[in-house]
Design a protein around this ligand. Structure first.
Ligand SMILES: NC(=O)c1ccc[n+]([C@@H]2O[C@H](COP(=O)([O-])OP(=O)(O)OC[C@H]3O[C@@H](n4cnc5c(N)ncnc54)[C@H](OP(=O)(O)O)[C@@H]3O)[C@@H](O)[C@H]2O)c1
Length: 326
């Protein structure tokens, strides 16, 4: 059996092709995709800069929501007909995809697939890097840049759910307003304000305990100036560039730790462990409405090109979703 799927073609074009419908392995489920989330990584992959890890499909798309169609023989606790959303290493821009059962989350009752498709990549990434890698603790002060992005809007909320105090930066007053609505106590327009000076003001000169950095580039050294003693920074994106000149003395003086994390290349065991943590500690917040997946705009899957252009122009606050005509 075949299905329609979106691939990156030459020159960064998108191309619909027929592909074999995937078959679930022992521990996998086959999902009929109803909606897929758009990620910056998709824009890079179609231009040839972010190839899938070895053994992963070339079909674009890192997250989806839909209905379980079939389960592999070793799968327990998931059954055909379940509404789920899932983190994938690739393959969500297609009518069907397969994913290890331990990487899925169940969609709370009454929630739509477009909302559900906004959850996996943003929430797994934010949780892994704030909680798992970053070691976020109650009452700590956290700084999140690119905070109105898909990942950023999840990170602000997750930090707040963890009992932290959040400072967020973004590039427009409207984006900052949304960050405050999501729980950020302090916001900075990085285009108009001095980020280090503002964070210094917010922390009475003590610096932030943890920074989640999606920008890197030249701003990275500024970020180091804003960290407290024993402060930590977790680098998860390079929106501002891959190189930065840093003041190593600052690292030594303050005992700063720099770490990083990527999700796509993480081992299956890591993703399963994260999913287990999320089921226990995040799902109640989503179910009760304390966590709100932020969907900026829904495009038809046929308009994927327009959706990517919209993201490239940084017009979104929160997630952009592709909807399938099921
Ligand atoms: N490590 C991981 O596992 C992982 C997983 C997922 C995503 N990520 C990373 O997380 C970041 C956010 O991803 P996303 O899909 O959530 O992005 P997104 O929704 O497209 O948002 C990105 C936003 O970043 C802001 N930005 C700040 N500086 C920028 C710059 N120099 N160039 C372009 N945009 C800039 C822009 O908003 P303003 O108007 O505020 O400038 C833009 O809208 C990306 O760097 C992505 O690669 C990492």
């Amino acid at each position: 059996m075949v299905m329609r799927a979106l691939f990156a073609a030459s020159g960064g074009r998108l191309e619909w092709r027929s592909a074999p419908r995937p078959q679930p392995a022992e521990n996998e489920v086959l999902i009929r995709v109803h909606a897929a989330g758009v990620n910056r990584a998709d824009l890079l992959q179609r231009r040839g800069y972010y190839p899938p890890p070895p053994g992963v499909t070339e079909i674009l798309g890192l997250e989806c929501a839909g209905i379980v169609e079939r389960c592999g023989p070793a799968v327990v606790d998931v059954k055909p007909g379940d509404a789920v959303c899932a983190l994938l290493a690739g393959g969500a821009y297609a009518e069907y995809c397969c994913v290890p059962a331990d990487q899925i989350l169940f969609v709370p009752s009454g929630r739509g697939f477009t909302e559900a498709a906004a959850v996996p990549e943003a929430v797994f990434t934010a949780w892994r890097n704030l909680v798992d890698v970053g070691g976020l603790r109650t009452d700590e002060r956290v700084y999140i840049n690119a905070a109105a992005s898909g990942v950023g809007t999840a990170a602000v909320q997750i930090a707040v759910l963890c009992g932290a105090h959040v400072a967020a930066s973004a590039g427009s007053p409207q984006k900052l307003k949304t960050c405050r609505e999501l729980g950020a106590e302090f916001t900075i327009n990085y285009r108009e304000q001095d980020v280090a000076a503002e964070l210094n003001r917010w922390t009475d000169g003590r610096g932030v305990n943890l920074a989640l950095d999606m920008v890197g580039g030249e701003q990275f050294n500024t970020l180091l100036q804003s960290l407290s003693h024993a402060g930590r920074v977790v680098v998860i994106g390079l929106l501002g560039g891959r190189e930065s000149k840093i003041d190593l003395a600052r690292l030594l003086q303050r005992g700063i730790t720099i770490s990083s994390g990527t999700l796509r290349n993480a081992e299956a065991e890591v993703k399963a462990r994260l999913a287990a943590q999320l089921r226990e500690r995040f799902m109640p917040a989503w179910e009760s409405g304390r966590y709100r997946p932020l969907v900026d705009r829904v495009f038809s899957i046929e308009q994927t090109n327009d959706a990517h252009e919209y993201m490239r122009a940084a017009r979104n606050t929160g997630k952009i979703i592709l909807q399938f005509d099921v």
